[in-house]
Design a protein around this ligand. Sequence first.
Ligand SMILES: *Cc1c(COP(=O)(O)O)cnc(C)c1O
Length: 362
Amino acid sequence: MKIDTTCVQGAKDKNNLTGSISVPIYQSAAFAHPAVGKSTGYDYSRTQNPTREALENVVAKLKCAAGAIAFSTGMAAMATLMELFSPGSHIIATDDLYGGSIRLFDKISAKNGLVFDYVDTNDIPAIKSKIKKNTKAIFIETPTNPMMKVTDIAKVAELAENTDILLIVDNTFLTPYLQQPLTLGADIVVHSGTKYLGGHNDTLAGFLAVANAEIGEKLRFIHKTIGACLSPFDSFLIIRGIKTLAIRMEKAQENAKALADWLPRQKKVTKVYYPGTGAMISFSVESEHIACQIIESVKIVMFAESLGGVETLITYPMLQTHADVPNEDRLARGIDEKLLRMSVGIENVEDLIEDLEKAINN
Ligand SMILES: *Cc1c(COP(=O)(O)O)cnc(C)c1O
């Protein structure tokens, strides 16, 4: 089955007796047992719920994974993932990560004894030079947020092959529709479902998907123990979002390509960062004043953090997503007062261009 068909038809309620086309919301915390020692397969919704299970199954199919687990947020998935490691474990991570991931690693995981090194993960010798005896994982985000730096997942996978180093990829930006890290050799994929999978800026969710069922079991045990699981209603909303993932990604990408072509031709735009795929664009303008003017004058494009929804959003990374990153690190990474990031939606691109044109040149 092709991926766009899986998006539309992949979520099935395996308990369906009614012919219901859509997976029902099983809004139940507990499930009655038919007899002593017997279970319907569901006991308590923290452990598993039929709506969440249908969502996890379609996500596993989309990612060519041995299994997938749904969390209440992307960060809940990340925090659960960190419980896989013991104090003293060393993790090498991309040096331009999502701000929330940096905050988790440096403020919480570090306190629990995990040690992090940040490198440009597209520089294979740089990764190699950081590998130590206690290195347990390489954590990649590609393209990065907000500088759109790209890492060759297959090359890093080669490096980690035949070692016990896990290759973990945050695939939030491109989604399984545009990038399949497990197929390229990654062990675990983490995903904020809040973004493109949900796609409508109305639901928070997160996922872990694994290549290997044994790691999947370990993570599922941590998941049910910690309990950051996705509710039945939110599971339903993400299933519904996934149905249109393919056409949303196509349209948003088409719009993003048009904007990536138009933006560099604007006099006040000094640099455009677009990796050639997906619908995220960052760009620099001549001054802080112009950056603020754009944010405050756009009418169709909305000034909001988050990404991956049908609406086009613009953010000011310095003040929003990366506000917690120390100034020096932030500036070293190019995240300054002139940089804006845009999550391109599925509106008519002529309207987006007209809106931005007025905002940039007013
Ligand atoms: C949003 C995001 C996260 C965190 O997900 P939440 O659902 O907001 O908790 C992690 N990684 C990336 C790349 C993101 O964009």
